[in-house]
Design a protein around this ligand. Structure first.
Ligand code: ACO
Length: 368
């Protein structure tokens, strides 16, 4: 049975920074309150032309470059997102088109902030089963577009960004070792985007009542999160036959410093074992784990051979954890990759396909 290795990683965040001082001018809050209660100092906000697919494609190409994998060799793209560009088409399909992954199946996975863990697990299973060779898993968000900037309970928390992993099959042992996924829909109302789906389609009322924004019971989500982060970590380690001492790094969903502190206390681990960068990005939902991972690799903290636990929680309610032996690019990945060429080529390919479709439409239209 092949192993599923994480062989590439990439991230993309918008340029624009929104600091706590900026938020002080928008709602009744203070830099001190936000830092003390959440650990967040600033977050990134998408510009007018930055959508999840734009950030996701940038992160994906960087991940492919690290793995030295051509977009056309990707078999599967899973985009985990809590702020999909549309209900359909899937954001994953928009990314597939943008990077020219012409042979890939693509779909979105909606498990809120746990989505990236769920998606890596699904991709790893597809590789382990022998069904596919190469997968691209992306977490991409523009949560700023569904945030109520007048609601101080939520607007201080969220930020925009994207991160991506490449997963590849190899006979060499390692890679994704085990994962656990959980859900409890009875808590669905605690963190919800009430309208815009088929239950409450957009109407004047839904807009007037602010039902197209994130609604959250912060205290309840906090209580739930502090419980499940440590629990799922121990559970996944047991499944993999590992002990906490075997693990070099824990990379948690970056929601709130105090939630991570509570997990560290429960696991009796020092905070130094956790990768934390939420002070600079806030909660970027599905993108938070891959962004934190990219920075950990860049700083030389996460190295090939390290065992690492990713754990997260989010709306649904959902939670989960995944343990992996960090791999790096496969030794066979030696051929040159020219990512700067693939974007224009993908654009040309997309334009050609749309033109052919228009032409076919004209021909078939005439015949009919
Ligand atoms: N600035 C100043 N005061 C504030 C602010 C603010 N931004 N927000 C709330 N307050 C006030 C409240 O009104 C309350 O005042 P009151 O006591 O007079 O009623 C007081 O501060 C304390 O409020 P709490 O809600 O108890 O504050 P808490 O310490 O719990 O922090 C927070 C709130 C940061 C939202 C916390 O509950 C939290 O992080 N919860 C988890 C949220 C989360 O992680 N969500 C994402 C999940 S992942 C996903 O799927 C997207």
């Amino acid at each position: 049975m092949p192993y599923a290795h994480i062989t590439g990683w990439g991230m993309a965040v918008p340029e624009k920074v929104l600091t706590n001082a900026d938020l002080e001018k928008m709602v009744e809050t203070s830099d001190a309150w936000i830092r003390e209660r959440t650990g967040i100092r600033e977050r990134r906000i998408a510009g007018p032309d930055e959508y999840p697919s734009v950030l996701g494609a940038r992160a994906a190409l960087k991940a492919l470059e690290v793995a030295r994998l051509h977009p056309k060799d990707v078999d599967l793209i899973i985009c985990a997102t809590s702020s999909p560009e549309h209900l359909f088409p899937a954001t994953a399909c928009l990314i597939q088109d943008a990077i020219g992954a012409s042979k890939a199946g693509a779909f979105d996975l909606l498990a809120a902030c746990s989505g990236f863990i769920y998606a890596v697990h699904m991709a790893a299973q597809a590789i382990r089963s022998g069904a596919i060779q190469n997968a691209l898993v992306i977490g991409a968000e523009t949560l700023s577009r569904i945030t109520n900037w007048k609601d101080r309970n939520t607007c201080i928390l969220f930020g925009d960004g994207a991160g991506a992993f490449v997963l590849q099959a190899s006979d060499r042992p390692g890679g994704v070792l085990a994962a656990v996924m959980h859900s409890d829909g009875s808590g669905g109302n605690l963190l919800i985007l009430p309208a815009g789906g088929s239950r409450l389609p957009a109407s004047i009322e839904t807009v007037t009542n602010g039902h197209h924004y994130i609604h959250m019971d912060g205290r309840e989500v906090f209580r739930f999160a502090t419980r499940v982060l440590a629990q799922s970590t121990l559970e996944v380690l047991e499944k993999a036959g590992l002990r906490l001492e075997d693990v070099r790094w824990i990379i948690p969903h970056q929601a709130n410093y105090r939630i991570i502190e509570a997990a560290a206390r429960a696991l009796k681990l020092p905070m130094e074992r956790f990768i934390i960068n939420l002070d600079r990005y806030g909660n970027t939902s599905t993108a938070s784990i891959p962004i934190a991972t990219c920075e950990a690799v860049e700083k030389g903290l996460l190295k090939a051979g390290d065992k690492v636990v990713f754990n997260g929680f989010g709306a649904g309610l959902t939670w989960g954890a995944l343990v992996a032996e960090w791999s790096g690019p496969l030794p066979s990945a030696t051929r040159p990759i020219h990512m700067e060429r693939y974007r224009p080529l993908a654009r040309l390919r997309s334009w050609l396909r749309r033109s052919i479709r228009r032409l076919e439409g004209l021909i078939w239209g005439r015949k009919a």
